[in-house]
Design a protein around this ligand. Structure first.
Ligand code: 5GP
Ligand code: SF4
Ligand code: MG
Length: 465
Protein backbone atom coordinates (compact mmCIF):
# COMPACT_ATOMS: atom_id res chain seq x y z
CA UNK A 1 0.00 0.00 0.00
CA UNK A 2 0.91 3.65 -0.22
CA UNK A 3 0.24 6.43 2.28
CA UNK A 4 0.38 10.18 1.82
CA UNK A 5 -0.59 13.24 3.87
CA UNK A 6 -0.22 17.03 3.80
CA UNK A 7 -0.80 19.81 6.29
CA UNK A 8 -0.93 23.56 5.81
CA UNK A 9 -1.67 23.86 2.09
CA UNK A 10 -4.75 25.15 0.30
CA UNK A 11 -6.89 22.36 -1.21
CA UNK A 12 -4.89 19.67 0.56
CA UNK A 13 -7.00 16.85 -0.89
CA UNK A 14 -5.80 17.73 -4.39
CA UNK A 15 -2.20 17.37 -3.27
CA UNK A 16 -3.02 14.05 -1.67
CA UNK A 17 -4.70 12.86 -4.87
CA UNK A 18 -1.54 13.75 -6.80
CA UNK A 19 0.66 12.06 -4.19
CA UNK A 20 -1.46 8.91 -4.29
CA UNK A 21 -1.34 8.91 -8.08
CA UNK A 22 2.48 8.84 -7.85
CA UNK A 23 2.19 5.96 -5.35
CA UNK A 24 -0.29 4.01 -7.46
CA UNK A 25 2.28 1.27 -8.12
CA UNK A 26 2.01 0.43 -4.39
CA UNK A 27 -1.67 -0.49 -4.68
CA UNK A 28 -4.32 -0.35 -7.37
CA UNK A 29 -7.37 -1.94 -5.85
CA UNK A 30 -8.74 1.17 -4.21
CA UNK A 31 -7.94 4.57 -2.79
CA UNK A 32 -9.29 6.89 -0.14
CA UNK A 33 -8.83 10.44 1.12
CA UNK A 34 -9.88 12.17 4.33
CA UNK A 35 -9.67 15.98 4.52
CA UNK A 36 -10.24 18.39 7.37
CA UNK A 37 -11.48 21.93 7.31
CA UNK A 38 -12.54 23.98 10.38
CA UNK A 39 -15.81 24.93 8.72
CA UNK A 40 -16.75 21.55 7.25
CA UNK A 41 -15.10 19.14 9.65
CA UNK A 42 -13.79 15.79 8.45
CA UNK A 43 -14.88 14.56 5.05
CA UNK A 44 -13.87 11.39 3.29
CA UNK A 45 -14.18 9.56 -0.01
CA UNK A 46 -13.25 5.99 -0.89
CA UNK A 47 -13.25 4.55 -4.37
CA UNK A 48 -12.30 1.31 -6.10
CA UNK A 49 -9.69 1.48 -8.81
CA UNK A 50 -7.22 4.08 -9.90
CA UNK A 51 -6.84 7.44 -8.21
CA UNK A 52 -6.84 9.27 -11.55
CA UNK A 53 -10.28 7.89 -12.44
CA UNK A 54 -12.01 9.39 -9.41
CA UNK A 55 -9.98 11.88 -7.43
CA UNK A 56 -9.51 14.17 -10.41
CA UNK A 57 -13.22 14.98 -10.64
CA UNK A 58 -14.10 18.47 -9.53
CA UNK A 59 -17.43 17.33 -8.08
CA UNK A 60 -15.71 14.81 -5.82
CA UNK A 61 -12.79 17.01 -4.83
CA UNK A 62 -15.18 19.80 -3.82
CA UNK A 63 -16.53 17.48 -1.13
CA UNK A 64 -13.04 17.29 0.42
CA UNK A 65 -12.21 20.87 1.39
CA UNK A 66 -9.47 21.85 3.80
CA UNK A 67 -5.79 22.48 4.40
CA UNK A 68 -5.07 19.08 5.93
CA UNK A 69 -5.63 15.73 4.28
CA UNK A 70 -4.33 12.17 4.22
CA UNK A 71 -4.87 9.29 1.83
CA UNK A 72 -4.15 5.67 1.07
CA UNK A 73 -3.88 3.41 -1.97
CA UNK A 74 -4.74 -0.18 -1.26
CA UNK A 75 -3.34 -3.49 -2.29
CA UNK A 76 -4.73 -6.20 -0.06
CA UNK A 77 -2.21 -8.22 1.88
CA UNK A 78 -4.48 -9.03 4.83
CA UNK A 79 -8.18 -9.33 5.55
CA UNK A 80 -10.32 -10.09 2.49
CA UNK A 81 -7.43 -10.51 0.10
CA UNK A 82 -8.28 -9.78 -3.48
CA UNK A 83 -11.89 -9.18 -2.55
CA UNK A 84 -11.72 -5.64 -1.27
CA UNK A 85 -14.96 -4.25 0.06
CA UNK A 86 -15.38 -0.50 0.18
CA UNK A 87 -15.40 -0.74 3.99
CA UNK A 88 -11.83 -2.12 3.83
CA UNK A 89 -10.61 0.99 2.06
CA UNK A 90 -8.54 3.35 4.17
CA UNK A 91 -8.05 5.88 5.75
CA UNK A 92 -9.99 4.66 8.78
CA UNK A 93 -11.63 7.29 10.91
CA UNK A 94 -12.65 7.45 14.56
CA UNK A 95 -14.43 10.05 16.70
CA UNK A 96 -12.86 10.51 20.11
CA UNK A 97 -13.81 12.80 22.99
CA UNK A 98 -10.93 15.06 21.94
CA UNK A 99 -11.98 15.08 18.26
CA UNK A 100 -11.73 12.95 15.15
CA UNK A 101 -8.68 11.12 13.91
CA UNK A 102 -8.02 9.49 10.56
CA UNK A 103 -5.38 6.81 10.03
CA UNK A 104 -3.72 5.31 6.98
CA UNK A 105 -1.45 2.30 7.37
CA UNK A 106 1.07 0.61 5.11
CA UNK A 107 2.49 -2.73 6.22
CA UNK A 108 1.06 -5.78 7.85
CA UNK A 109 0.47 -6.38 11.53
CA UNK A 110 1.59 -9.84 12.59
CA UNK A 111 -0.63 -10.03 15.68
CA UNK A 112 -3.80 -8.49 14.22
CA UNK A 113 -5.90 -11.68 14.51
CA UNK A 114 -5.03 -12.02 18.18
CA UNK A 115 -5.78 -8.35 18.82
CA UNK A 116 -9.03 -8.36 16.87
CA UNK A 117 -10.35 -11.32 18.84
CA UNK A 118 -9.43 -9.69 22.11
CA UNK A 119 -10.94 -6.35 21.08
CA UNK A 120 -14.18 -7.92 19.87
CA UNK A 121 -14.50 -9.81 23.15
CA UNK A 122 -14.18 -6.51 24.96
CA UNK A 123 -16.85 -4.79 22.91
CA UNK A 124 -15.19 -3.26 19.84
CA UNK A 125 -17.35 -3.26 16.74
CA UNK A 126 -15.19 -3.81 13.67
CA UNK A 127 -16.32 -2.38 10.36
CA UNK A 128 -13.78 -3.99 8.04
CA UNK A 129 -11.67 -7.11 7.57
CA UNK A 130 -8.47 -5.06 7.62
CA UNK A 131 -5.68 -5.64 10.14
CA UNK A 132 -5.19 -1.87 10.26
CA UNK A 133 -8.56 -1.24 11.87
CA UNK A 134 -7.15 -2.62 15.15
CA UNK A 135 -5.18 0.60 15.50
CA UNK A 136 -8.33 2.75 15.75
CA UNK A 137 -9.92 0.39 18.30
CA UNK A 138 -6.78 0.27 20.38
CA UNK A 139 -6.77 4.08 20.34
CA UNK A 140 -10.37 4.08 21.54
CA UNK A 141 -9.40 1.91 24.51
CA UNK A 142 -6.51 4.12 25.57
CA UNK A 143 -7.12 6.43 28.54
CA UNK A 144 -4.82 9.19 27.33
CA UNK A 145 -6.18 12.71 26.90
CA UNK A 146 -4.72 13.40 23.45
CA UNK A 147 -4.55 11.65 20.12
CA UNK A 148 -0.79 11.51 19.99
CA UNK A 149 -0.51 9.52 23.19
CA UNK A 150 -3.37 7.30 22.17
CA UNK A 151 -1.61 6.52 18.90
CA UNK A 152 1.55 5.70 20.84
CA UNK A 153 -0.46 3.43 23.13
CA UNK A 154 -2.11 1.67 20.22
CA UNK A 155 1.07 1.20 18.23
CA UNK A 156 2.97 -0.18 21.19
CA UNK A 157 0.46 -3.05 21.28
CA UNK A 158 0.75 -3.99 17.61
CA UNK A 159 3.53 -6.12 16.15
CA UNK A 160 4.86 -6.30 12.63
CA UNK A 161 5.28 -3.64 10.00
CA UNK A 162 3.64 -0.25 10.07
CA UNK A 163 4.24 3.05 8.40
CA UNK A 164 1.33 5.14 9.57
CA UNK A 165 0.10 8.57 8.54
CA UNK A 166 -2.59 10.04 10.81
CA UNK A 167 -4.46 13.32 10.94
CA UNK A 168 -6.37 15.19 13.62
CA UNK A 169 -7.98 18.64 13.40
CA UNK A 170 -4.65 20.35 13.91
CA UNK A 171 -1.93 17.78 13.37
CA UNK A 172 -0.38 15.51 10.82
CA UNK A 173 1.35 12.52 12.42
CA UNK A 174 3.78 10.02 10.94
CA UNK A 175 5.03 6.85 12.63
CA UNK A 176 7.30 4.05 11.51
CA UNK A 177 7.71 0.72 13.31
CA UNK A 178 10.95 0.14 15.19
CA UNK A 179 12.49 -1.90 12.38
CA UNK A 180 11.41 0.52 9.68
CA UNK A 181 10.21 -2.32 7.45
CA UNK A 182 8.11 -0.09 5.19
CA UNK A 183 9.34 3.34 4.09
CA UNK A 184 8.06 6.78 5.11
CA UNK A 185 9.50 10.17 4.23
CA UNK A 186 9.02 13.80 5.19
CA UNK A 187 8.74 16.66 2.71
CA UNK A 188 8.29 20.42 2.86
CA UNK A 189 5.86 22.31 0.66
CA UNK A 190 5.54 26.07 1.07
CA UNK A 191 4.70 26.66 4.73
CA UNK A 192 3.30 23.15 5.01
CA UNK A 193 4.60 19.62 5.25
CA UNK A 194 3.99 16.29 3.57
CA UNK A 195 4.45 12.68 4.62
CA UNK A 196 4.75 10.01 1.94
CA UNK A 197 5.62 6.37 1.42
CA UNK A 198 8.14 7.41 -1.22
CA UNK A 199 9.98 10.48 -2.43
CA UNK A 200 8.55 10.16 -5.97
CA UNK A 201 5.24 11.44 -4.57
CA UNK A 202 6.94 14.49 -3.07
CA UNK A 203 8.37 15.30 -6.49
CA UNK A 204 4.95 15.29 -8.13
CA UNK A 205 3.58 18.01 -5.81
CA UNK A 206 6.79 20.03 -5.89
CA UNK A 207 7.62 19.31 -2.25
CA UNK A 208 11.21 19.28 -1.12
CA UNK A 209 12.47 15.97 0.34
CA UNK A 210 13.55 16.74 3.92
CA UNK A 211 14.47 13.34 5.34
CA UNK A 212 13.22 9.83 6.10
CA UNK A 213 11.18 9.19 9.22
CA UNK A 214 13.56 7.02 11.25
CA UNK A 215 12.66 3.46 12.22
CA UNK A 216 10.76 3.75 15.54
CA UNK A 217 10.22 7.48 15.14
CA UNK A 218 6.99 9.42 15.57
CA UNK A 219 6.72 12.91 14.11
CA UNK A 220 3.90 15.23 15.08
CA UNK A 221 3.50 18.19 12.75
CA UNK A 222 1.28 20.97 14.03
CA UNK A 223 1.08 24.68 14.72
CA UNK A 224 4.11 24.33 17.00
CA UNK A 225 6.25 22.88 14.20
CA UNK A 226 7.65 19.35 14.11
CA UNK A 227 8.12 17.29 17.25
CA UNK A 228 10.00 14.03 17.00
CA UNK A 229 10.07 11.20 19.52
CA UNK A 230 11.00 7.51 19.73
CA UNK A 231 8.20 6.07 21.84
CA UNK A 232 8.73 2.36 21.23
CA UNK A 233 11.24 -0.24 22.31
CA UNK A 234 14.31 0.22 20.07
CA UNK A 235 15.31 -2.47 17.59
CA UNK A 236 17.96 -2.80 14.93
CA UNK A 237 16.46 -1.39 11.70
CA UNK A 238 15.49 -4.01 9.12
CA UNK A 239 13.97 -2.16 6.18
CA UNK A 240 12.49 -4.34 3.43
CA UNK A 241 15.15 -5.19 0.83
CA UNK A 242 12.42 -6.01 -1.68
CA UNK A 243 11.45 -2.32 -1.80
CA UNK A 244 14.82 -1.83 -3.52
CA UNK A 245 14.29 -4.75 -5.88
CA UNK A 246 10.70 -4.26 -6.93
CA UNK A 247 8.22 -2.43 -4.79
CA UNK A 248 9.42 1.18 -4.78
CA UNK A 249 9.52 3.30 -7.88
CA UNK A 250 12.96 3.62 -9.47
CA UNK A 251 12.89 7.41 -9.22
CA UNK A 252 12.54 7.27 -5.43
CA UNK A 253 15.34 7.68 -2.91
CA UNK A 254 15.18 4.92 -0.32
CA UNK A 255 17.51 4.67 2.67
CA UNK A 256 19.68 7.35 1.07
CA UNK A 257 20.02 5.28 -2.12
CA UNK A 258 18.63 5.82 -5.57
CA UNK A 259 16.33 2.87 -6.22
CA UNK A 260 17.19 3.00 -9.92
CA UNK A 261 20.91 2.89 -9.22
CA UNK A 262 20.54 -0.06 -6.84
CA UNK A 263 18.56 -1.96 -9.48
CA UNK A 264 21.09 -1.15 -12.18
CA UNK A 265 23.83 -2.34 -9.82
CA UNK A 266 21.94 -5.61 -9.23
CA UNK A 267 22.24 -6.17 -12.98
CA UNK A 268 25.97 -5.47 -12.82
CA UNK A 269 26.39 -7.96 -9.96
CA UNK A 270 24.30 -10.53 -11.85
CA UNK A 271 26.44 -10.21 -14.96
CA UNK A 272 29.53 -10.84 -12.81
CA UNK A 273 28.02 -13.76 -10.89
CA UNK A 274 26.25 -15.48 -13.76
CA UNK A 275 27.72 -14.52 -17.14
CA UNK A 276 26.48 -16.22 -20.29
CA UNK A 277 27.20 -15.93 -23.98
CA UNK A 278 24.24 -14.41 -25.79
CA UNK A 279 23.21 -11.83 -28.40
CA UNK A 280 20.70 -9.69 -26.56
CA UNK A 281 19.74 -8.59 -23.04
CA UNK A 282 16.00 -7.93 -22.66
CA UNK A 283 14.19 -6.69 -19.60
CA UNK A 284 10.83 -8.06 -18.59
CA UNK A 285 9.22 -4.62 -18.40
CA UNK A 286 8.96 -2.59 -16.33
CA UNK A 287 10.24 -4.25 -13.19
CA UNK A 288 13.31 -5.84 -14.85
CA UNK A 289 14.42 -2.79 -16.81
CA UNK A 290 17.11 -1.13 -14.64
CA UNK A 291 18.72 -4.51 -13.85
CA UNK A 292 18.79 -5.38 -17.55
CA UNK A 293 20.51 -2.07 -18.29
CA UNK A 294 23.16 -2.90 -15.67
CA UNK A 295 23.57 -6.45 -16.99
CA UNK A 296 24.04 -5.24 -20.54
CA UNK A 297 26.51 -2.56 -19.51
CA UNK A 298 28.63 -4.95 -17.46
CA UNK A 299 28.54 -7.85 -19.95
CA UNK A 300 28.87 -5.78 -23.11
CA UNK A 301 25.91 -7.64 -24.63
CA UNK A 302 23.53 -5.25 -26.41
CA UNK A 303 20.36 -4.16 -24.66
CA UNK A 304 17.06 -4.27 -26.50
CA UNK A 305 13.34 -4.12 -25.89
CA UNK A 306 12.43 -7.68 -26.85
CA UNK A 307 9.21 -7.48 -24.90
CA UNK A 308 6.84 -4.57 -25.22
CA UNK A 309 4.50 -3.64 -22.47
CA UNK A 310 1.01 -2.33 -22.89
CA UNK A 311 1.02 0.61 -20.52
CA UNK A 312 -2.73 0.50 -20.02
CA UNK A 313 -2.48 -2.59 -17.81
CA UNK A 314 -1.68 -2.56 -14.11
CA UNK A 315 0.83 -4.76 -12.35
CA UNK A 316 -0.22 -8.38 -12.93
CA UNK A 317 0.94 -9.65 -9.59
CA UNK A 318 -1.25 -7.21 -7.79
CA UNK A 319 -4.37 -8.59 -9.49
CA UNK A 320 -5.10 -11.04 -6.75
CA UNK A 321 -7.11 -13.76 -8.49
CA UNK A 322 -5.17 -16.58 -10.14
CA UNK A 323 -7.28 -16.52 -13.30
CA UNK A 324 -6.83 -12.83 -13.97
CA UNK A 325 -3.14 -13.08 -13.20
CA UNK A 326 -2.76 -15.86 -15.75
CA UNK A 327 -4.34 -13.89 -18.54
CA UNK A 328 -2.64 -10.80 -17.29
CA UNK A 329 0.75 -11.69 -18.67
CA UNK A 330 -0.53 -11.74 -22.24
CA UNK A 331 -2.72 -8.72 -21.85
CA UNK A 332 0.27 -6.82 -20.62
CA UNK A 333 3.32 -8.07 -22.51
CA UNK A 334 4.01 -8.92 -26.15
CA UNK A 335 7.13 -10.03 -27.97
CA UNK A 336 8.97 -7.77 -30.36
CA UNK A 337 9.47 -10.49 -32.95
CA UNK A 338 11.61 -8.47 -35.35
CA UNK A 339 14.23 -7.93 -32.67
CA UNK A 340 14.50 -11.34 -31.07
CA UNK A 341 14.15 -13.69 -34.06
CA UNK A 342 17.15 -16.04 -34.28
CA UNK A 343 18.86 -14.51 -31.23
CA UNK A 344 20.14 -15.96 -27.98
CA UNK A 345 18.21 -13.88 -25.48
CA UNK A 346 18.91 -13.10 -21.83
CA UNK A 347 15.70 -12.13 -20.06
CA UNK A 348 16.08 -10.11 -16.89
CA UNK A 349 13.22 -9.96 -14.39
CA UNK A 350 13.03 -8.84 -10.78
CA UNK A 351 11.68 -12.02 -9.20
CA UNK A 352 10.17 -15.45 -9.73
CA UNK A 353 7.26 -16.07 -7.41
CA UNK A 354 4.86 -18.66 -8.78
CA UNK A 355 6.71 -18.79 -12.05
CA UNK A 356 3.64 -17.77 -14.04
CA UNK A 357 5.23 -14.72 -15.62
CA UNK A 358 8.50 -16.39 -16.50
CA UNK A 359 6.89 -19.43 -18.07
CA UNK A 360 4.55 -17.43 -20.25
CA UNK A 361 7.26 -15.08 -21.36
CA UNK A 362 9.62 -17.87 -22.23
CA UNK A 363 6.92 -19.47 -24.42
CA UNK A 364 6.22 -16.18 -26.14
CA UNK A 365 9.91 -15.60 -26.84
CA UNK A 366 10.50 -19.09 -28.23
CA UNK A 367 7.31 -18.93 -30.33
CA UNK A 368 8.66 -15.75 -31.83
CA UNK A 369 11.79 -17.54 -32.97
CA UNK A 370 14.46 -16.88 -30.33
CA UNK A 371 17.36 -19.35 -30.55
CA UNK A 372 17.87 -19.68 -26.76
CA UNK A 373 16.36 -18.21 -23.61
CA UNK A 374 18.36 -17.50 -20.46
CA UNK A 375 16.78 -16.06 -17.34
CA UNK A 376 18.62 -13.76 -14.96
CA UNK A 377 16.66 -12.79 -11.85
CA UNK A 378 17.35 -9.64 -9.83
CA UNK A 379 16.50 -11.25 -6.50
CA UNK A 380 17.37 -14.55 -4.81
CA UNK A 381 14.76 -17.33 -5.05
CA UNK A 382 11.55 -16.29 -3.26
CA UNK A 383 11.12 -19.28 -0.97
CA UNK A 384 9.15 -17.74 1.91
CA UNK A 385 5.99 -15.68 2.16
CA UNK A 386 6.06 -12.07 3.32
CA UNK A 387 3.96 -11.20 6.38
CA UNK A 388 4.91 -7.54 6.43
CA UNK A 389 2.91 -6.02 3.61
CA UNK A 390 3.84 -7.67 0.32
CA UNK A 391 1.32 -10.16 -0.97
CA UNK A 392 3.31 -13.31 -1.64
CA UNK A 393 1.20 -16.48 -1.82
CA UNK A 394 1.36 -19.36 0.67
CA UNK A 395 4.63 -21.19 0.81
CA UNK A 396 3.41 -24.17 -1.25
CA UNK A 397 2.70 -21.90 -4.23
CA UNK A 398 6.19 -20.44 -4.31
CA UNK A 399 8.22 -22.17 -6.97
CA UNK A 400 11.42 -21.83 -4.97
CA UNK A 401 9.86 -23.38 -1.87
CA UNK A 402 9.39 -26.72 -3.54
CA UNK A 403 12.09 -26.83 -6.22
CA UNK A 404 15.84 -26.47 -6.44
CA UNK A 405 17.29 -23.95 -8.89
CA UNK A 406 17.90 -26.74 -11.40
CA UNK A 407 14.34 -28.05 -11.02
CA UNK A 408 13.04 -24.55 -11.60
CA UNK A 409 15.15 -24.28 -14.73
CA UNK A 410 13.65 -27.53 -16.00
CA UNK A 411 10.15 -26.49 -15.02
CA UNK A 412 10.51 -23.21 -16.89
CA UNK A 413 12.28 -25.14 -19.65
CA UNK A 414 14.96 -22.56 -20.35
CA UNK A 415 18.61 -22.94 -21.28
CA UNK A 416 19.80 -21.37 -18.02
CA UNK A 417 18.28 -19.73 -14.96
CA UNK A 418 20.32 -17.81 -12.38
CA UNK A 419 19.31 -15.73 -9.39
CA UNK A 420 21.44 -13.04 -7.80
CA UNK A 421 23.03 -14.24 -4.56
CA UNK A 422 21.89 -12.65 -1.31
CA UNK A 423 25.39 -11.17 -0.88
CA UNK A 424 25.29 -9.78 -4.41
CA UNK A 425 21.96 -8.16 -3.61
CA UNK A 426 23.32 -6.56 -0.43
CA UNK A 427 26.36 -5.34 -2.36
CA UNK A 428 24.09 -3.73 -4.91
CA UNK A 429 22.40 -1.73 -2.14
CA UNK A 430 25.80 -0.35 -1.19
CA UNK A 431 26.84 -2.77 1.57
CA UNK A 432 30.13 -3.82 0.01
CA UNK A 433 30.82 -6.66 2.45
CA UNK A 434 27.55 -8.40 1.55
CA UNK A 435 25.10 -9.77 4.09
CA UNK A 436 26.30 -9.86 7.68
CA UNK A 437 24.61 -13.09 8.72
CA UNK A 438 24.91 -12.26 12.43
CA UNK A 439 23.22 -8.88 12.00
CA UNK A 440 21.64 -8.41 8.58
CA UNK A 441 20.89 -4.81 7.65
CA UNK A 442 17.63 -5.55 5.87
CA UNK A 443 14.57 -7.69 6.18
CA UNK A 444 15.13 -10.41 3.61
CA UNK A 445 12.80 -13.04 5.06
CA UNK A 446 11.16 -13.92 1.73
CA UNK A 447 14.60 -15.07 0.52
CA UNK A 448 16.18 -16.41 3.72
CA UNK A 449 13.25 -17.43 5.94
CA UNK A 450 14.74 -15.33 8.76
CA UNK A 451 11.79 -13.29 9.97
CA UNK A 452 12.81 -10.22 12.00
CA UNK A 453 9.36 -10.15 13.64
CA UNK A 454 7.80 -13.45 14.60
CA UNK A 455 4.72 -13.99 12.40
CA UNK A 456 2.54 -14.74 15.42
CA UNK A 457 -0.87 -15.04 13.73
CA UNK A 458 0.55 -17.21 10.96
CA UNK A 459 2.25 -19.56 13.40
CA UNK A 460 -1.05 -19.90 15.25
CA UNK A 461 -2.58 -20.95 11.90
CA UNK A 462 0.04 -23.64 11.48
CA UNK A 463 2.79 -21.85 9.54
CA UNK A 464 6.18 -23.46 10.18
CA UNK A 465 9.37 -21.44 10.35
P1 5GP B 1 5.27 -14.91 -10.86
O1 5GP B 1 4.70 -14.72 -12.18
O2 5GP B 1 6.54 -15.69 -10.83
O3 5GP B 1 4.26 -15.45 -9.87
O4 5GP B 1 5.59 -13.45 -10.26
C1 5GP B 1 6.72 -12.78 -10.64
C2 5GP B 1 6.36 -11.48 -11.29
O5 5GP B 1 5.49 -10.76 -10.43
C3 5GP B 1 7.58 -10.60 -11.53
O6 5GP B 1 7.56 -10.18 -12.86
C4 5GP B 1 7.38 -9.42 -10.60
O7 5GP B 1 7.73 -8.23 -11.28
C5 5GP B 1 5.94 -9.43 -10.26
N1 5GP B 1 5.58 -9.03 -8.90
C6 5GP B 1 4.59 -8.13 -8.66
N2 5GP B 1 4.37 -7.97 -7.37
C7 5GP B 1 5.18 -8.77 -6.73
C8 5GP B 1 5.35 -9.01 -5.37
O8 5GP B 1 4.70 -8.44 -4.50
N3 5GP B 1 6.29 -9.90 -5.06
C9 5GP B 1 7.03 -10.50 -6.02
N4 5GP B 1 8.00 -11.31 -5.63
N5 5GP B 1 6.88 -10.29 -7.33
C10 5GP B 1 5.96 -9.44 -7.69
FE1 SF4 C 1 10.31 -7.22 2.23
FE2 SF4 C 1 10.56 -9.81 1.81
FE3 SF4 C 1 10.83 -8.78 4.27
FE4 SF4 C 1 8.46 -8.86 3.08
S1 SF4 C 1 9.71 -10.61 3.71
S2 SF4 C 1 9.34 -7.16 4.21
S3 SF4 C 1 9.01 -8.48 0.96
S4 SF4 C 1 12.14 -8.44 2.47
MG1 MG D 1 7.49 -7.94 -13.42
Amino acid sequence: CGVFGVIGVTDAANFVALGLHALQHRGQEAGGIVAYDAENGFNSARRFGYVRDHFTKKSLMETLPGENAIGHVRYSTAGNKGNTAIRDVQPFFGEFSMGGCAIAHNGNLTNADTLRKELIERGSIFQSSSDSECIIHLMARSLHKNHTNRIKDALSRVEGAFSVVAMTRTKLIGVRDSRGVRPLVLGKIGDGYALSSETCALDIIGAEFVREIEPGEMVVIGPAGIESSFPFERNEPRPCIFEHVYFSRPDSILGGQSVYETRRQIGVELAREAPVEADLVCPVPDSGTPAAIGFSHESGIPYGMGIIRNSYMGRTFIEPSEQIRNMGVRLKLNVNRALIEGKRVILVDDSVVRGTTSRKIKEMILDAGAAEVHFRIASPPTAWPCFYGVDTPEREKLLAATMTAEEMREHLNVKSLKFISIDGLYRATGIKSGRDNAAPKYCDACFTGEYPVEPRDQIAKGFKL
